[in-house]
Design a protein around this ligand. Structure first.
Ligand code: DMJ
Length: 636
């Protein structure tokens, strides 16, 4: 238009060019064509939302812009299920602007487009090794909440359960009821003392009557509160549950800035919050779980996507444990995220969590397994094993547990997990399962091909796990695996029965003439661990052999006799003396796991029925996917 304006004293410029009428007409036609083209191009360019805002009314512009960002993100990542709501747009402004913001933005764009970029880590061993992507808080909380609320139908979920979570309470024998009530009383005692002396700290110190914070949870507090929530609820300790809930609502602060174990935060806090949400429908548990889940995401920002073990919940920086060989990540840690992360995706509608754990599986499937076994240390940089130490106890344990439970939680659809579990168990049985001279079956550890004839207390969960998997083993294998599960559970019971306190040591051996006993001073302690009673609970549910209830009751009596002190329960330093000294620590897993499994042992099978729930490795019940999860990860 400006070009055609007549300047006073000057002829119009088409005229100045000396054009005739038909030529003028043709020229005007060409010019108007050109203008139409330019105008149209504004709408066709990949990101024209800003221009659109100039020409369209506000509302129309907003919807046009959101559909364009959705389409472009789908195109950038062909790996996503197109049914899903998109992750927040890649260029969303980080909540806290900082000098690092432009780089963060670039990283985020790269990640969104799955473009290879230089890894952000430095040499293994140096600390911190990885600067994570921007903290997940870059996603506005309100947006997350709206999206989640729109997606997850709690009522539909509740209707999908086959049994009410707290059971239907049929008549039962008085002895079983009395034993269950005893366990409930122990839980109340443990909680009341924690509340009185340590509320808001992570654990209770029952001898000195104060709280312990420790350094595992990166500044998060209240590990015992969050770990206890679902146990209090299941035991119908209503008032105590309300106290715990109130603490979560009013005092549970996620804006912390410390070094946390990714694994521990996941199994205790995220697992505890998810279970509390699914059991009660209280939104506060869901929103805290999602917020915390997002804070863990930067730990996955490694060349392979295998997360590092330690993360600063404030900065998102992550690194490997100083004690883990060559900057490696630990099998039992990165292999124990699957259950919780699928639920985070289901509740948030954001597939990112599911994608992270699906990728871990892919890496594990790609790497060659020595004799079919999974070593405990893997490099998050190369995706290769760092050391050939294999164990179904510490460092390996819950990885195997999460394979079979992933399959069960998927309503038996995740056949990849089932195959990985079946293959791993076959290799374990072939190379690690041994029988002692006295006829006790145990699972040894493997160090580069050499067997260490030792079994940790932690490994005693495997009786329950193998029984759980046996149900679904191939033709002819079911009885075999039930027998194996029963033998291992029996060996673990022996480790308790052969001690003076009737509680088991941290590790027991089969190589120096004695069997199922600790041979080293440093392995004689018991810290209120759950694994042995966990196996009793599964064996009871799956066989109804009364000996498992009997063994559980022996454990209850031993706990009362040796671990109960004036202000709570404490671990003991030596299970082979009837006058043990106490370690002054009431572990949060005692409330989450040990007491829950003991309680369930004396309940009917429909209380937290195995048809409806899988227990995460901290005994937090997560629902089986009867409702067909929407959040499907599709990682290539
Ligand atoms: C718990 O925190 C979990 O069971 C974990 O998997 C391993 N050990 C402790 C309890 O012993």
């Amino acid at each position: 238009m400006v070009l055609l304006r007549k300047v006073p004293g000057m002829p119009g410029w088409p005229a100045a060019l000396g054009l005739r009428l038909p030529q003028k007409f043709l020229f005007l036609l060409f010019l108007s064509g050109l203008l139409t083209l330019c105008f149209g191009a504004l709408f066709l360019l990949p990101d024209s939302s800003r221009f659109k805002r100039l020409f369209l009314p506000r509302r129309a512009a907003a919807s046009a812009s959101s559909s364009s960002s959705s389409a472009s993100s789908a195109a950038a990542s062909s790996t996503r299920d197109t049914d899903l709501p998109r992750s927040p747009p890649a260029a969303a402004e980080p909540r806290h602007a900082s000098p690092a913001a432009p780089r963060r933005l670039r990283d985020k764009l790269r990640a969104a487009a799955r473009l290879p970029g230089p890894p952000a880590h430095t040499a293994p061993g140096s600390r911190p090794q990885v600067r994570g992507a921007e903290p997940a808080s870059a996603v506005p909380a309100a947006a997350r909440d709206t999206r989640a609320a729109a997606r997850f139908d709690y009522e539909r979920f509740r209707q999908s359960l086959r049994h009410p979570p707290r059971g239907r309470r049929p008549a039962e024998e008085p002895e079983t009821r009395a034993r269950r009530m005893k366990v409930k009383e122990m839980m109340k005692f443990a909680w009341d003392n924690y509340k009185q002396y340590a509320l808001g700290k992570n654990e209770l110190r029952p001898l000195t009557k104060n709280g312990h914070i420790g350094n595992m949870f990166g500044g998060l507090r209240g590990a015992t509160v969050v770990d206890a929530l679902d146990t209090l609820y299941i035991m119908e300790l209503e008032e105590e549950f309300q106290e715990a809930k109130k603490w979560v609502e009013r005092s549970f602060d996620l804006n912390v800035n410390g070094e946390a174990s990714l694994f521990e935060v996941n199994i205790r806090y995220i697992g505890g919050l998810l279970a509390a949400y699914y059991l009660t429908g209280e939104e506060v548990f869901k929103s805290k779980a999602l917020e915390l889940g997002e804070k863990l995401l930067p730990a996955f920002n490694t060349p392979t996507g295998i997360p590092r073990g330690v993360i600063n919940l404030g900065s998102g920086m992550s690194w490997s444990w100083g004690w883990a060989s060559a900057g490696s990540s630990i099998l039992a840690e990165f292999g124990t995220l699957h259950l919780e992360f699928l639920h985070l995706s289901e509740l948030s509608g954001n597939p990112v969590f599911a994608e992270k754990v699906t990728n871990i599986r892919k890496v594990l499937n790609r790497v060659e397994k020595p004799q079919g076994l999974y070593p405990n240390f893997l490099s998050p940089v190369t995706g290769n094993w760092v050391q050939h130490h294999v164990s179904i106890g510490g460092l390996g344990d819950s990885f195997y547990e999460y394979l079979i439970k992933s399959w069960l939680m998927s309503d038996k659809k995740d056949s990849e997990a089932k195959k990985m579990y079946d293959d791993a168990l076959e290799a374990i049985e072939k190379h690690l399962v041994k029988k002692s001279a006295g006829g006790l079956t145990y699972i040894a550890e493997w160090r580069g091909g050499v067997l260490d004839h030792k079994m940790g207390h932690l490994a005693c969960f495997s009786g329950g796990m193998i029984a759980l998997g046996a149900e679904h083993a191939g033709e002819g294998r079911k009885q075999h695996y039930m027998d194996l599960a029963a033998e291992i559970t029996n060996t673990c019971h022996e480790s308790y029965a052969r001690s003076d306190t009737k509680l088991g040591p941290e590790a027991f051996r089969f190589d120096t003439g004695t069997e199922a006993m600790a041979t080293r001073l440093s392995e004689r302690y018991y810290i209120l661990r759950p694994e042995v009673v966990e196996s009793y609970m599964y064996m009871w549910r799956l066989t109804h052999d009364p000996k498992y209830r009997q063994w559980g009751w022996e454990a209850v009596k031993a706990l009362e006799k040796h671990c109960r002190v004036e202000a709570g329960f404490s671990g003991i330093r030596d299970v082979y003396t009837t006058t043990p000294t106490h370690d002054n620590m009431q572990q949060s897993f005692f409330l989450a796991e040990t007491l829950k499994y003991l309680y369930l042992l004396f309940c009917e099978d429909d209380v937290l029925s195995l048809d409806d729930w899988v227990f995460n490795t901290e005994a937090h019940p997560l629902p089986v996917n009867h409702t067909n999860f929407k959040a499907k990860a599709n990682v290539q």
